[in-house]
Structure formats: structure tokens, C-alpha cells
Write a protein that binds this ligand. Structure first.
Ligand SMILES: [Zn+2]
Length: 433
């Protein structure tokens, strides 16, 4: 259906207002308008609303199918991905996940093991239409010396298909060993990575955060936190991160993931935290599938009573940039997943109510994470931009989000890509004891 080369025109595509900033059109109540797109030399040469210009002869008529820009997945763990068969989570709890992953990392994460699983994950993400992806890289000693060179090689291999970013991952208590942490920050800077830690309510949290900010400032690094992935209302590290950002006058970008406990806290506490988050310029990413899986997990055969996700609507109302992302895939933190951002958006719509109205929520898997990751031109469709988009069967939100859209067409630099997913059997030899 998509010509394999040269210039072509796609007529009658359905575009969303929030993802086509330059398109002048009468958008309907779902935010859609019909348009024609012209592609030449791998770029979008023009986008015009239907009826505003003559449709060129020979245009492919797409009969109102939805076209979205390629996805941006800003929070993943592709170094952990797909270890489930050899290291399942025994009871589905957060502690079960942590212990199982630590044991697997210590025993099995050679450079070859990490590389094979990372490549598998990236092939899945690419086939589903993802164009940029940030992964956390477990960096507890001695894993940082194994995984960061693998990450750097993988980023080069995938350049042009997936823009890969890496953020180090360690519990904040690891920052107490200043000498080691400063060396890690230097290593992350050398890899042009992002400085990341997991925050807990440890007694010296403020002091440790100050040191993380100092290292980020010293090396010119952006920051990425896992915060408050718990139902414990005493977990307020999101607020502590915002305060540290303000106190340290931090000017880089800060992304904070999870923030689950915020949804359980009293309104006054929430408002105070969100004021500080907005003032400090933090962006927040929710991981709805992992949160649903791990939060409120009960081992006494009772039913979960809350969804686990943070307060994205309240954040968006205050102008805080908000995203959703994949998080873990087929590892002890989440038994499922395939780095399919349409699945993430579909699940987010249901869990977080990204509907009625849809408004600008589609930016949460495209333009907003692109901005957090400093990727100009990603996550929107515009004349002059790369012809990187996904062509779906659905012609409305209800059609798009009711089926897996496994037959979607992913176009990169103007050409439809091979969307073959890697076979699970490829990893079988890594799964034997
Ligand atoms: Zn995570």
C-alpha cells in the first residue's frame, strides 16, 4: 500500500490536533481532521487539510485511517527484559521482583546475555513503531562495568532506527559511597547518559539527593528518578526531589517515574507536592501496566482495590509534562509486555481515563516524552519533518483502541518497514539453568 521509494501522496488520512501543531483544519470533537500527506526523499513535504488543496493524481486513498507519529518510550528496562522464564516472580510482589532480579543479575548478566536480550527488546519496539527509547541500566557494582559498554554498542547498532538513551539505576543508598558514585557519574557522562537513582525515604535522603544534583550539575547531566513506587503514604520523595531541584537551582531536565503513593495522600499534601513539582519544572512518567501488576498485590487471595497509578490528570491541569511508558517486559517486575506503545496507550486510556475527552493525551506517548528526551522533531507530524509514522486500521479512538492493530504499517524515512517480531525461541538457550 505504501510505495517503496520516491515521492508519493497519501490522501484521506486522519490526523490528531495534538500531534500536528502546524495543521490548519476544522478538528472534530475527538480532535481529528482528515488530511493529505505528501512524502518525498524520506521526509514529509506537505500536510494539508482535506479540501484546502487539490489532492494530487495517483494519491493512495487511505479512507480515513488514523496516522500517528512514531512512538517515544521514555522509561524501560531492556537490560532486565525477558528473563521471566529463568527467573519468575514467585508471588507477584515488589519485594519478590527485587529479590528475583538481584539474584538473576548476579548469576547471569554477562555482556552477551544482556546484549542478546536488549537486541530482542529493541527489535520488538521497532516493529511496533517506536522511534526512541530510554532504558534504565542496572548499575549496582560490578554490573555497571558490564552493561554500559553493551549499552553503548547497542546504541550505535540501532542508530537511525531507534534513538537509544540510557540512565543508570541504583538505590539512593548507593550514593553514600561517594567515591564509587562519583566514578559512576563520570562513566555515565562519558556514555552521554542520564543520571538516575531510585529514591526511598531513608533518613539522609536530602543529603544524598543534594549529592546526586551536584554530580549532575558537575557533568551537565539530565536526571531520571524512580520515586515512591509504593502504597505507603509516608513515601514523599517526589516532593523531596522537587525541593532539591529548586534548592540546587538545577537547569537540566528531570523525569520522575511512578509516584504511586501520591495517589493515596491527603489533598493538602498532594497540592503542596504538585506546586513544587510544577515550580521545579519536573516531568512525570506513569507506568500503568507495571503499577497495575505490582501495586496492591495481595498474597492472601484477596482482590486488589486500587489501580496503582499516579495523579496524571491533576499534574496535567497544572502544566506538568506527563508521559506514560512501557517500564518492564517479561521480567519479575512485570510478567508481560512487548514494548508496544499502542498497548501502553490503550491500557493507559482504560486505567487512567485518557478519554471523554481524549484532549491532548496522545502527546503522552509521543511529543511529551520526546521533549523530555531532548529529541527535536520526534513525536509530531509536520512538513519538513521525517516521514516516520504509523498507519492504523482504526478510523476513530474506539476502533483504534479496541483491537491490537497487529497489522499496522510502520513507515520509517518514507518506507514501510518489515514488522516481523523476534521469535521467543531465540532466547531459549539463555533460559536454561
Ligand atoms: Zn522502571
Amino acid at each position: 500500500m505504501i510505495p517503496t521509494s520516491g515521492s508519493y501522496h497519501l490522501a484521506n488520512v486522519r490526523l490528531h490536533q495534538s500531534l500536528t501543531p502546524d495543521l490548519a483544519a476544522n478538528f472534530d470533537s475527538d480532535g481529528f481532521a482528515l488530511a493529505d500527506i505528501s512524502v518525498a526523499h524520506g521526509r514529509i513535504s506537505s500536510i494539508a487539510a482535506r479540501g484546502r488543496a487539490t489532492t494530487p493524481a495517483g494519491a493512495v486513498d487511505l479512507a480515513g485511517r488514523i496516522v500517528l507519529p512514531c512512538f517515544v518510550d521514555c522509561h524501560t528496562h531492556i537490560d532486565k527484559g525477558h528473563i521471566w522464564p529463568r527467573r519468575p516472580n514467585p508471588d507477584g510482589t515488589f519485594m519478590g521482583a527485587l529479590n528475583a532480579t538481584e539474584a538473576d543479575r548476579a548469576a547471569r548478566w554477562s555482556a552477551q546475555d544482556v546484549a542478546r536480550r536488549m537486541d530482542f527488546s529493541l527489535r520488538s519496539a521497532y516493529a511496533h513503531g517506536t522511534r526512541a527509547l530510554r532504558t534504565h541500566v542496572d548499575s549496582v557494582a560490578p554490573q555497571e562495568e558490564i552493561s554500559w559498554p553493551v549499552f553503548e554498542a547497542m546504541r550505535e547498532t540501532w542508530r537511525g532506527r531507534i534513538e537509544l538513551q540510557g540512565a543508570c539505576l541504583l538505590g539512593i543508598e548507593g550514593v553514600r559511597d561517594r567515591k564509587w558514585f562519583d566514578r559512576l557519574a563520570k562513566r555515565v557522562a562519558a556514555a552521554k547518559g542520564v543520571l538516575g537513582v531510585v529514591t526511598y525515604m531513608v533518613p539522609d535522603l536530602e543529603e544524598l539527593l543534594d549529592h546526586v544534583f551536584a554530580q549532575a550539575i558537575k557533568h551537565g547531566l539530565d536526571l531520571d528518578f524512580h520515586a515512591d513506587e509504593t502504597d505507603d503514604i509516608a513515601a514523599i520523595s517526589l516532593k523531596k526531589i522537587a525541593e532539591a531541584a529548586l534548592w540546587n537551582g538545577f537547569e537540566g531536565k528531570i523525569l520522575v517515574g511512578h509516584c504511586c503513593s501520591l495517589a493515596r495522600q491527603p489533598d493538602l499534601e498532594v497540592m503542596d507536592t504538585l506546586d513544587k513539582v510544577a515550580k521545579a519544572g519536573l516531568a512525570v512518567v506513569s507506568l500503568p501496566m507495571c503499577n497495575l501488576y505490582l501495586q496492591d498485590r495481595r498474597t492472601d487471595h484477596t482482590t486488589p482495590r486500587w489501580r496503582g497509578v499516579t495523579l496524571l490528570h491533576e499534574m496535567r491541569a497544572r502544566g506538568i509534562p506527563v508521559a506514560v511508558a512501557s517500564d518492564n517486559t517479561r521480567d519479575p517486575f512485570y510478567a508481560y509486555g512487548d514494548l508496544d506503545m499502542l498497548e501502553v496507550y490503550r491500557m493507559a486510556t482504560r486505567i487512567l481515563h485518557f478519554d471523554h475527552p481524549v484532549a491532548d493525551w496522545p502527546q503522552a506517548v509521543t511529543a511529551t516524552p520526546a521533549n523530555v528526551m531532548r529529541l527535536d522533531g520526534f513525536g509530531t507530524l509536520a512538513a519538513g519533518g521525517d516521514a516516520d509514522f504509523i498507519l492504523f486500521k482504526g478510523r476513530s479512538w474506539t476502533e483504534l483502541l479496541s483491537r491490537p492493530e497487529s497489522d499496522r504499517i510502520v513507515v520509517r524515512a518514507g518506507r514501510a518497514i518489515d514488522r516481523q517480531l523476534p521469535d521467543y525461541a531465540e532466547l531459549d538457550e539463555l533460559m536454561v539453568e
